[in-house]
Design a protein around this ligand. Sequence first.
Ligand code: 5GP
Ligand code: MN
Length: 327
Amino acid sequence: MIPPVELLDFLRKENKFIVATHMSPDGDGLGSAIALSTALRKIGKEAILLCRDSVPQQCKFLPGQEGFITLEQFTVQGSRFADFRNLILVDCNDLDRISTEESQISNLKFQTSAVIDHHESEKPFGDIRWIAPEAAATGLMVFYIIKELGVEITEDIAINLYAAISVDTGNFRYENTTHEVFSVAAELKKAGAKTHAIYRELFESWSEGRFKLFINVLNTLERKDGVAIVRVTKKMFEETATSPDDTEHFVDFPRIMKDVKVSILFREIEDDYYKLSLRSKDDINVASTAEAFGGGGHKNAAGCRIRADFETAKREVLKAFRKVLPA
Ligand code: 5GP
Ligand code: MN
């Protein structure tokens, strides 16, 4: 995988960067952004890390995560960042993934924008764009950028990139786990990534509340043909003292069943407003279904939001899948 010359020139030429990743951030967005900003600093640049939301608990072990500022902090401290005019979006390709609030986005003042992403759903944003849907993770793309910049893969960079790749390959289980993924992971391990410790932090660090939430969510299971649906409500979060971050990976579980082709998690954001996480097997493309509802993602992992009551939202989504699923 070779980063475009235009992107490398931009990184070499400019001096002050805002490196931003998507709202409700995950290990790939966060790890990629931290690794990139660390490398930029090593070649004498200034870089600030930006995300609408704070870093979720399971990513707090990433070295450098404490450097993230939220969009709210960025807005309040605006004058401090007045001369940061180069925006880099990492693990997303449009401003609507940074925040759904137009008023928050309008505070982001930039002259030049670059996009480093691997999502299949593309929007035409960005002066300089590197979008590689064939890349298992944005972390993989950032690995090649760092190599091209001639920066050494330090232990801290290795941890961030390994975590990024681990999250987006389901810890090296999904079909995006190519031999290239394994060879980059091997290099990151050699550079100091403690792979078992990273696995523990990412996948085995649930609180008891989160486990109880998981039990509640599993109990909502509904099946319709090849589609499995589970649901999490605001009330469940209250009862278990948990938050939306705690639902990461829940949607992967219904897919364990042999005849389930599509798994969907409905998360209640507010009354009659749901965030959907979609997962599929093999050639069933959930990114295109998510796009039909204004979202997007990858072939086998995508998301969108729907404003409707649960029964209506469910009916609409099942209708969309009836067209896609083999009878
Ligand atoms: P998750 O279900 O874990 O939130 O997201 C699965 C994948 O779909 C991730 O790669 C995520 O970036 C993408 N995704 C989730 N929600 C949206 C959305 O509303 N719009 C777009 N374009 N992508 C999304
Ligand atoms: Mn990603």
